[in-house]
Design a protein around this ligand. Structure first.
Ligand code: ATP
Ligand code: MG
Ligand code: MG
Ligand code: MG
Length: 476
């Protein structure tokens, strides 16, 4: 079943059951606390917090999501992307635990002919929060899942909360057993690669009080109106329904891998390292296109920095795979072709997306040309002196003068067997920020001579001059 069809079935299943179909919001969250949207519930947050009265009691969506903290997992686990699509159904004071559980089961195990996904019920394993007897009972008695395929987990994985005071409550997750070739048995509590998490059901049931962290807080009482928030990873379901080993081999990502193979001559399956690199390229290029599509442009802070980092990592991986030529145009093209089925605005916006992506590639290739020699020298000097670590000063210089993001320096140093003094680097970054702030203050009061800055800006050109604009984004 193709991704576009999985999406279509999701929305029509819930629409037929009284849910209003809400289009995906932009990845740029309408929420000052978030850089990018990491989950399907974000656009509904004001309803869940009781700040705004929801215009419907039930809603469904397939929301574009980006999770930058998952970047290190990409290509290494089978199931984490930086961009993915979260299918969700939501109830605002309407149906609760039993309704959510029954809907989920019906859709997953319903026959393909009747609009379901046709999963084998015997491969589905359930986790519930360890104290949530009610959810366990519904799974066993109402749905008929045998007790041995239901596992109880603690608050870490199976409890959700938002804000203080704010809603909170237990979760229940549905996991799919991919079989013994993915590892030993024992259920999702012991093996998350074999028993892959596909769907999280959140039961917003209580009011959270003061307390620290994710697990240690007071529960004030039952919420007057109980809500449902669920999220299923479209790519994970596609991986199962398409019978492939990982999410990067599903229809919308595999074509990007194939294009990268064509451009580098490296066959997918030739080796673990090159496979990871090909998966990173496919994931990151797709994320980049989706971010640019929603209006993000590469830069040195915030979202722009997320995009820059992801794009540059993709380009670097292409070079590690042996490609010396510009590649972004061809890769962007194939992403737009495959994602355009679900997001036609990518097609109408093609020219702008390509222009932004190509400009970033050109800037980065220039940076690499200039900085690689400097990095090699620094590595050579460090090794000659018997050191195993690049200094913070060296990393800072590479960043400040040559535009090397710190993770690029880290990766390139690691390839030559060195670590980097990251603390030293961050200290210098902080000091630079402080100086920039002081300068800005002086500028306001008219006491600084800015001609030196202007000179640099004029000679370096707009894309290269990054001198005093770095902020938090760098620190991730
Ligand atoms: P995991 O434990 O596998 O990292 P999660 O518990 O962080 O997943 P949730 O926050 O519960 O994920 O999100 C709901 C669903 O979204 C998950 O069950 C999964 O199907 C999907 N999902 C989460 N993160 C990713 C990702 N990085 N790439 C693809 N799908 C994801
Ligand atoms: Mg996760
Ligand atoms: Mg999880
Ligand atoms: Mg989860």
């Amino acid at each position: 079943m193709e991704s576009a069809e999985i999406r279509r079935r999701w929305l029509s299943f819930f629409e037929e059951r009284g849910h209003t179909v809400v289009p995906s919001a932009s990845l740029i969250a309408d929420d000052p606390t978030l850089l990018l949207v990491p989950a399907g519930m974000v656009p509904f947050k004001p309803y869940f917090l009781g700040e705004v009265k929801p215009p419907f009691a039930r809603a469904t969506s397939v929301q574009k999501c980006v999770r930058t903290p998952d970047i290190e997992e990409v290509g290494k686990t089978t199931r984490h992307g930086t961009f993915f699509q979260m299918c969700g159904n939501f109830s605002f004071g309407d149906y609760f635990k039993e309704g959510a559980i029954k809907h989920a089961w019906e859709l997953l195990t319903g026959s393909v002919a009747d609009g379901g996904y046709g999963l084998d019920p015997e491969r589905l394993w359930i986790t519930v929060y360890e104290k949530d007897d009610e959810a366990e009972r519904i799974w066993r008695e109402v749905v008929g899942v045998p007790a041995e395929r239901i596992q109880r987990l603690g608050m870490g994985p199976n409890y959700w909360s938002m804000g203080v005071p704010g809603p909170c409550g237990p979760c229940s997750e549905i996991n799919y057993d991919r079989g013994p070739e993915f590892g030993p048995e024992g259920g999702p509590a012991v093996n998350d690669e074999r028993y892959v998490e596909i769907w999280n059901l959140v039961f917003m049931q209580y009011e959270r009080g003061a307390g620290t962290g994710k697990e240690d807080f007071e529960i004030l009482g039952e919420l007057p109106a109980k809500n449902i928030d669920t999220g299923l990873g479209l790519e994970r379901l596609a991986m199962i329904l398409q019978g492939v080993r990982n999410m990067y081999e599903t229809d919308t990502l595999r074509v990007v891998i194939d294009k990268a193979t064509e451009l580098t001559g490296v066959r997918y399956g030739a080796g673990e390292d090159s496979d990871v690199a090909l998966r990173v390229v496919a994931d990151h290029l797709r994320t980049s296109v989706m971010l640019i599509g929603d209006g993000v442009t590469p830069g040195n802070e915030g979202r722009g920095y997320v995009l820059r980092r992801i794009m540059r990592r993709a380009i670097r991986n292409m070079r590690l795979l042996g490609s010396q030529e510009p590649v972004v145009g061809r890769l962007v093209d194939v992403v737009i072709k495959t994602m355009g089925l679900q997001y036609p605005e990518l097609v109408t916006d093609r020219e702008r997306i390509e222009t932004v992506a190509l400009a970033e590639e050109a800037a980065f290739l220039k940076t690499l040309r200039a900085g690689t020699g400097i990095l090699d020298n620094a590595v050579g000097e460090t090794k000659a002196a018997g050191g195993r670590e690049l200094s913070g000063e060296q990393a800072f210089l590479l960043h400040d003068t040559w535009g090397f993001p710190i993770d690029l320096t880290l990766e390139m140093a690691a390839e030559q067997g060195l670590t980097v003094d990251e603390d030293g680097f961050r200290r210098l970054m902080r000091e630079q920020r402080e100086r920039a702030k002081a300068d800005a203050m002086a500028k306001k009061t008219g006491h600084a001579d800015l001609s030196a800055y202007r000179e640099v800006a004029d000679t370096a050109g707009a894309t290269e001059f990054t001198g005093y604009t770095h902020t938090e984004g760098e620190a991730t």
